[in-house]
Design a protein around this ligand. Structure first.
Ligand code: GLU
Length: 415
């Protein structure tokens, strides 16, 4: 099976959108590449006393519409190219959601599952010590991503404030509430995903209260499983997987109990009333809605033909390969592409930045109403563009996003 370089995939998506928009060569070249990239080493003291030198990156893809924005991942398979791809997807994500932000992403090559809290804290602080002149509320604002969380942001914000000798909560988003985080932020990625599923089902006449499954029962996957029933008024969670295995129950599983089981035991395996299945099978069940919420390239040419969900909501970044995309499109599966499906996280990050800037904090209903509105508009902008041209929703989303960013670059006189 072909293996994909995510950055090449991301660049091909930009080229396809640029072609439909008749963009000139200079604009395309600008959008194909990150505006700035940083690659650095972090010497981190381990608990045993030895020092390990970790490789780290921050890629700032585009600043035309506002400060760069995007998460930091701690993952053993991180490469500069995955971070470049993900930074670009942040630019398109913030543009699809029409937020006044650019796109960036960061990563540290390490395995947090094998590191202690203290080692993770030292890694987070070392990252900021290396990068601090290039981030900031008006420059580039990190957030959590794979294997990082609000605690990571708390350490990073503290390191940044210590170095700059100022209170600057807006330098990071998705912080703990006690440190200037926003109500509603932690579940915002999942909530945004379920909101666009609601809109997709309305637009396409699909009953969302059928069976659904989550591939990647991590923080976003768990929240989507719970919010699905809350927002859509029903549905049966029949399967869920994580990196250690998968469970299935035809009668449906209680998503809150499954989350509690995972929090207790560290995995979905062994959940009461469920049977173990091969994690690959989760993607191939007969479902109303499937949420891929793990990593890149989960749906590929090897399994796309067997995907039987009516709606595919990409909570993960880049879960579907380009060839698989064509197969899903031909099968009539309604794909809600990642840059739209998981934009709720960054949309709420933007609300957090606004609150930090004003020092004025909102209650949860105020945040959720704004988030719902942003996601609903974004869905219809993408759906409208895809229907009008008869194109895959991913290309429709890219069309909307690339047009907005290209316009900002042109208005600035860059190209
Ligand atoms: N890491 C999340 C994403 O990929 C959130 C980014 C943010 O809030 O800046 O969208």
């Amino acid at each position: 099976m072909q293996s994909y370089n995510s950055f090449e995939v991301a660049q091909a998506q930009v080229t396809a959108a640029a072609k439909l928009l008749n963009l000139d060569r200079a604009t395309l070249d600008l959008l194909l590449w990150p505006q700035r990239e940083f690659a650095f080493t972090l010497p981190v003291r381990m608990d045993g006393g030895e020092t390990r030198v970790l490789h780290a990156f921050r890629v700032q893809h585009n600043f035309a519409r506002g400060p760069a924005k995007g998460g930091i991942r701690f993952h053993p398979d991180e490469t500069l190219d995955t971070i470049r791809a993900l930074a670009g997807w942040m630019t398109w994500k913030t543009a699809v959601a029409n937020l006044p932000l650019g796109g960036s992403k960061g990563g540290v090559v390490c395995d947090p599952r094998k590191m202690s809290e203290r080692e993770l804290e030292r890694t987070a602080r070392a990252y900021v010590r290396a990068l601090w002149p290039h981030i900031g509320a008006d420059r580039d604002v990190p957030a959590p991503d794979v294997y990082t969380n609000p605690q990571t942001m708390a350490w990073m914000m503290d390191e940044y404030e210590t170095i700059t000798n100022r209170h600057q909560p807006g330098v990071m988003s998705n912080k703990p509430l006690a440190l200037g985080g926003s109500e509603g932020r932690r579940s915002a990625t999942a909530r945004g995903g379920v909101v666009v599923v609601r809109e997709a089902c309305r637009a396409c006449g699909i009953d969302p209260r059928g069976d659904y499954a989550v591939q990647g029962f991590g923080s976003n996957g768990q929240r989507a499983a719970i919010l699905h029933q809350e927002i859509l008024g029903g549905g049966r969670l029949v399967a869920a997987s994580d990196s250690s295995g998968a469970v299935y129950n035809r009668e449906g599983m209680n998503p809150i109990e499954l989350r509690n089981h995972k929090l207790r035991t560290g995995s979905v395996k062994g959940f009461g009333g469920s049977e173990p299945i091969d994690p690959a099978e989760v993607l191939e069940l007969d479902l109303a809605v499937l949420y891929p919420a793990a990593l890149e390239n989960a749906i590929n040419v090897g399994n796309a033909e067997r995907v039987r969900a009516r709606v595919l909501c990409e909570l993960a970044n880049g879960p579907t390969t380009p060839q698989a995309d064509q197969v899903l499109f031909a099968k009539g599966i309604h794909v809600i592409p990642d840059i739209l499906a998981n934009a709720g996280g960054v949309a709420a990050s933007h609300l957090e930045m606004v609150q930090n800037r004003n020092g004025d904090y909102w209650d949860e209903p105020a945040v959720l109403a704004r988030l719902d509105d942003t996601m609903t508009r974004a869905y219809h902008a993408v759906h409208g563009a895809s229907e009008e041209r008869g194109i895959h929703p991913r290309l429709g989303a890219m069309l909307v996003a690339v047009a907005r960013v290209a316009q900002a670059c042109k208005l600035r006189g860059w190209v």
